[in-house]
Design a protein. Sequence first.
Length: 202
Amino acid sequence: MEHDDTATRVDLELRTRALIRDLLEVLVPPETLANHPHLADTPRRVASWLLQYSQNGTHVEDIIGPIFKGEGYQGIVLVKDIEFTALCAHHLLPFHGRAAVGYIPSDKILGLSKLARLVHFYGERVTLQEHITDSVLKTLQNTVDPYYAAVYLYDVEHGCISARGVRERHAQTNTFDSSTPGDSAIRAMGDSMFWNTFRGGR
């Protein structure tokens, strides 16, 4: 299996290098491309960078790890300032920011690092900010069945806003969603606990 994974990785890198060489032929005059010392190794460097965002062969179950008993804890668990960088699905430009993930356990809890790993899993690929928010929230729901769960992505700067189109270099985007299997009053209570905890620790 390890040999197959290595072969797949090598194949992906070679194919990506070839794509970058083709792109350079579009962007750079032939005489410059042939003689520019800083462009000779660009396909390898860019391919190595892009493949950091490849999700080939990875599954969220691989990063969840063991699930523990909640031991009666009914407060909120919140991990914030989780940093991530993704590639925008619309323009393949980077966007980066921070995330806060919180939940009120029923009878199951995750290791704290797994909340950060969920953000990295969904937030370090070709995707959208809205999809990261939704995917982390749904995975948390399906994994530990909490009374309440919430995901907040904040201070997110998008290359597709700052480097093209409107060119707003300082614009930031925030997304938030929460859920509960109960009624709207429980969700409102959970939202209040989330924001009080989030702001209280800053």
